[in-house]
Design a protein around this ligand. Structure first.
Ligand SMILES: Nc1ncnc2c1ncn2[C@@H]1O[C@H](COP(=O)(O)OP(=O)(O)O)[C@@H](O)[C@H]1O
Ligand SMILES: [Mg+2]
Length: 615
């Protein structure tokens, strides 16, 4: 995705800051590996002495010491290899963990707009499989790359030393190997990046279908989702096959070329020996050395593939890590000395980055003041930008023009932690975490007392929480899916209330409640809202009644502000919007929602109550 592509070395060098703590052990591992490689190369040299002095010249006194030296060297090599493995295995686990923590911290810091753009499976695969690959490459790839590289170079020098002509023949094979390696790199790296991206897409598909399993089942779309998944899996399979073919290609040549070279060396060596230009010991040492170099040369293919994979994994990791955090604390933040909760939209403009060119801004200069303690209802057609507007004060999205001002301070001039202490939100799609009811409700509260919890649950009419198997200590399922939509919304509302903010922002918080429960919540909210400034996106006329004033959002601006009755009498657009809200009511949203999310035991009380209402 980056405009200019780094070289593989430069790309991998970005890992250095994370690898630094593990560096001593990694270097130790490389040294141990080098020792093992050099010892392996020393054995043929002893062999040469053995053959030439002991066997050739009939001096058998040198045989035993030479054999002992060879055995000793062999044992040393084995120990060095063990030490190498022991040194490199554990430290990289810590490297992987620290890289993963950095990624998680980054994901928390990145603005909502980033998460709008990035599918979760892509982030998941980067956090899991890419980092796993990088760890394995650091443990084996880097070390073998250095160790095998040095072994091949030292071995080639030794071959030259034994016989320059034979050495030259051997070295000549480097050219075809280099050509093969270059072709391989081109073929492989193309497929490798694609396969990692496709694996991320596949993860997204799994995540999405597990997430939406109820919808898929209810609409009988399971087989369709399966076919789509199979198609994606098939694509990934194709890419993996492409990689496998590239690897087969380089393996073939990396076996054939050294074999061919050795055959030529054998002929040349035999001729040289016949002419007396080469002793039998030198011939044995040459081929023994060449045999030691076999594995390091063959491993070029595998190490090249491994390194290219690691490079892509590193790219994918840093693509996320280098995303700019566009919404962050200001350099010299201001404080709100006396939080009163006066919220002002001052010529506020906003457009989504992916909005079609040539269209007007979604929010095109919103002017609205909420005085301390005042409750303002926000009314507008679906898609008019109400939810977007409510996300701006706490800087979930950044305004693209104008400002949002809290108690006289531009919200961009406040520390995010402070800002979000003053403003609490409840969203329409109530998100809960797999934790206890208590933790979910007190998520944003500094005051974790029992009274705060009880009061918040009372205001949100969430008494059902006490009737759950373990009361407020009940762990609710992932995303609260073990609760009904209405129950989730009430807990989310309780969470916003429990935070005791000076400004409460409720984006359609009661939409999933039945009329009766909504009335109870509203009565309780009215008590809370008396002391708190509130911006409430209204879904039903009854919510509008809750407000001191109503603001109408139309074409990206607040076109009218007033009391409900005034606006009804004077504002055409308001009448139109309100009548469309009333139509919505007749559809009885909760029935529709609960059918989608599936009825649960905890919801029985509501179900029967609704039955009475409709009876
Ligand atoms: N995350 C987003 N990225 C891009 N466009 C969005 C995003 N969220 C909402 N929109 C668009 O912005 C417009 C207003 O959405 P929203 O603020 O949710 O309206 P409302 O809450 O009034 O129904 C819609 O046209 C919607 O498609
Ligand atoms: Mg909305």
């Amino acid at each position: 995705m980056s405009a200019e592509r780094l070289s593989t070395g430069r790309a991998l060098a970005r890992l250095l800051p994370f690898v630094r703590p593990a560096l001593p052990r990694l270097i130790g591992g490389i040294v141990a590996g080098l020792l093992a490689g050099l010892v392996a190369l020393a054995i043929p040299q002893v062999l040469q002495v053995l053959v030439d002095s002991a066997l050739q010249e009939g001096d058998s006194s040198a045989v035993l010491p030479a054999v002992l030296v060879i055995v000793g060297l062999g044992v040393f090599e084995a120990v060095a290899i063990l030490v190498r493995r022991w040194l490199v295995l554990t430290p990289n686990t810590r490297v992987e963990a620290s890289m993963r923590n950095a990624l998680y911290a980054k994901l928390q810091a990145l603005p909502v707009a980033f998460h709008d753009r990035w599918p979760s499976g892509q982030l998941l695969s980067r956090a899991v499989s890419d980092l796993n690959l990088i760890r394995r490459w650091l443990a084996f790839g880097v070390v073998l790359l250095v160790v095998n590289g040095v072994t091949v170079i030292v071995g080639a020098v030794l071959l030259f030393g034994i016989n320059p002509l034979l050495g030259a023949v051997f070295l000549a094979s480097a050219l075809p190997i280099w050509i093969v390696a270059m072709r391989f790199e081109k073929r492989y790296s193309r497929a490798a990046r694609r396969s990692q991206d496709q694996a991320g897409d596949l993860a997204t598909a799994v995540e999405e279908s597990v997430h939406g399993i109820r919808v898929l089942k209810a609409f009988g779309r399971g087989p369709h989702a399966l076919r789509k998944f199979e198609r994606q899996a098939e694509e990934l399979y194709g890419t993996e096959m492409e990689k496998a073919r590239a690897i087969a290609f380089i393996w073939r040549w990396l076996t054939l070329i050294p074999d061919g070279t050795l055959a030529v060396c054998l002929v040349v060596g035999a001729v040289l020996a016949a002419q007396g230009a080469l002793t039998p010991g030198e011939l044995v040492a040459f081929f023994a050395t060449a045999t030691v170099l076999r594995f390091p040369i063959e491993s070029i293919g595998f190490l090249l593939a491994f390194t290219l994979d690691a490079r892509n994994a590193t790219d994918r990791y840093f693509e996320v890590l280098s995303e700019p955090v566009t919404i962050s604390d200001p350099e010299d933040p201001e404080n709100i000395a006396d939080p009163r909760g006066r919220l002002e939209f001052r010529g506020t403009r906003f457009r989504y980055p992916d909005a079609a060119a040539g269209t007007p801004d979604l929010l095109d200069g919103v002017d609205l003041v909420l005085e301390p303690g005042e409750t303002v209802a926000l009314v507008g057609l679906t898609g008019s930008g109400k939810s977007t507007l409510t996300a701006l004060p706490s800087r979930l999205y950044e305004v693209t023009g104008g400002a949002v001002v809290l108690d006289g301070v531009d919200v961009r001039r406040l520390r995010l932690a402070e800002l979000r202490r003053h403003i609490a939100m409840a969203f329409e799609d109530a998100t809960l975490f797999s934790d206890t009811v208590r933790e979910n409700v007190l998520l944003g509260s500094e005051d974790r007392s029992e009274e705060t919890l009880a009061e918040a649950l009372e205001v949100a009419q969430a008494h059902f929480a006490y009737e759950l198997p373990d009361g407020v200590e009940t762990v609710i399922g992932e995303e609260g899916l073990s609760l009904s939509g209405g129950q989730r919304q009430r807990l989310a509302l309780a969470r916003a209330v429990a935070a005791k903010p000076s400004v409460l922002i409720l984006d359609d918080p009661l939409s999933a409640l039945d009329v009766e429960t909504e009335e109870l919540v509203e009565a309780a909210l009215r008590r809370v809202l008396a002391s708190t400034t509130a911006l409430v996106v209204a879904h039903r006329p009854s919510t509008v009644m809750l407000a001191d004033r109503v603001a109408v959002l139309e074409d990206g601006r607040i076109t009218a502000v007033g009391r409900h009755s005034e606006l009804l009498a004077t504002n055409e657009h308001y009448r139109f919007v309100i009548s469309s809200l009333e139509d919505d009511d007749e559809l009885d949203d909760e029935d529709a929602r609960d059918a989608e999310s599936g009825e649960r035991d905890g919801d029985r009380d509501e179900t029967s109550r609704r039955a009475e209402v409709s009876a």
